[in-house]
Design a protein around this ligand. Structure first.
Ligand code: AHG
Ligand code: MN
Ligand code: MN
Length: 334
């Protein structure tokens, strides 16, 4: 018998049975998000043509203003969330403050946090980029979402996921019952379940870090990376280095193949807790991996500001545990 084709819609309907408290509003929100994603994916595919299509006065063939891809992604997703009528608070890596939700849009119980375009520096060189999202439930009373609703620790996320605009477009997400991956079939415009119940291998053989920062690493990171490069066939060393520079792409490879991705504390943390680290950490843990700052669980961090940055060490459970051991050993004794 050929494998059963499971569309995203069928999958969500089936998943809803696992969450007795789940409401149709959550599904509606996801639909709106998926529509925005399909529109972004279409623009990504045409990215190299935008200047041609939009020549003279920066208008495209439809007479629309030609936008930068990250602005376009930001606007499509924000608009989709307003259309869903299910969101009381929204914040994005691209805007300094929370995004206002007008009363007329209707307000629901969900808090939506996102990185509309991850890996922006890779757009112009035709390398994979992504979108990341995180969903919380409103915790403050009243109809309007507040900063407090956005600043919740990652372990409270209801859902988290990402879209990878790669050689194919994939949506990978979790609602706390495992991690599932869907691939967009461009011929029918549907996301089809291609990677059910993803599990990170307990150990990998690939490490991912910006090696250009070697001179500024903390001693623990430096000792750990040195260890990975030493030859020891018994435990698969030396590891192979892969670094795309798009978190979504580096994380996706780590999820599928195992290994470790590091953006350490030194020279300085770069990745944002709410829009990057926390959602990836939830996905990693749901896939039996681990996500750490090097000394603590990412999902336990209580955010203090919207654009807070944290070190992110994520990947196969055994590899991340090894990193933490190296960091612990390198710490000066007090
Ligand atoms: P963004 O494009 O959303 O600002 O994120 C870029 C991030 C992330 O995708 C990637 O892991 C990291 O920047 C790479 O940083 P370096 O160039 O410093 O290695
Ligand atoms: Mn990013
Ligand atoms: Mn971004």
């Amino acid at each position: 018998m050929p494998p059963r084709i499971v569309t995203l819609e069928r999958h969500i309907t089936e998943q809803q049975k696992l969450h007795p408290a789940a409401s149709g509003r959550f599904t509606g929100l996801l639909w709106e998000f998926v529509l925005a994603v399909k529109m972004i994916a279409r623009e990504v595919r045409r990215a190299g043509l935008i200047d041609i299509l939009g020549a003279a006065g920066h208008q495209n063939v439809h007479g629309e203003k030609v936008q930068k891809l990250d602005e376009y992604a930001q606007e499509r997703i924000a608009e989709a969330m307003l259309n869903s009528g299910s969101v009381c608070a929204m914040a994005s890596e691209e805007t300094p403050d929370m995004i206002p939700i007008p009363r007329e849009a209707g307000r629901g119980h969900y808090v939506f946090l996102f990185d509309p375009l991850d890996g922006s520096s890779n757009i112009d060189v035709n390398i994979s980029i992504g979108t990341i999202f995180s969903i919380h439930r409103k915790i403050t009373p009243g109809e309007e979402g507040t900063l407090q609703d956005c600043l919740q620790p990652g372990y409270k996320q209801l859902a988290a996921g990402y879209v990878l605009y790669g050689s194919s477009v994939m949506l990978v997400f979790t609602t706390g019952k495992g991690v599932h991956g869907f691939t967009l079939d461009p011929t029918v415009g549907e996301f089809l379940l291609s990677h059910p119940d993803l599990r990170m291998p307990p150990r990998g053989r690939i490490y991912s870090i910006n090696e250009g920062n070697t001179a500024s690493w903390d001693p623990g990171t430096a000792a750990y990376v040195k260890h990975l490069k030493e030859k020891n066939e018994a435990d698969g060393r030396p590891y192979t280095l892969r670094y795309v520079g798009t978190l979504v792409a580096d994380f996706h490879r780590t999820l599928i193949n195992g290994g470790i991705f590091m953006y350490p504390a030194a020279p300085k943390p770069k990745l944002r807790l709410l829009y990057e680290a926390a959602p990836m950490a939830m996905i990693a843990e749901q896939a039996r991996g681990r996500a750490s700052t090097g000394s603590g669980r990412i999902l336990d961090i209580v955010p203090t500001e919207l654009h807070q940055k944290v070190p992110l060490i994520v990947g196969s459970a055994d590899d991340v545990a090894d990193y933490e051991t190296f960091v612990r050993k390198a710490r000066p004794k007090t």
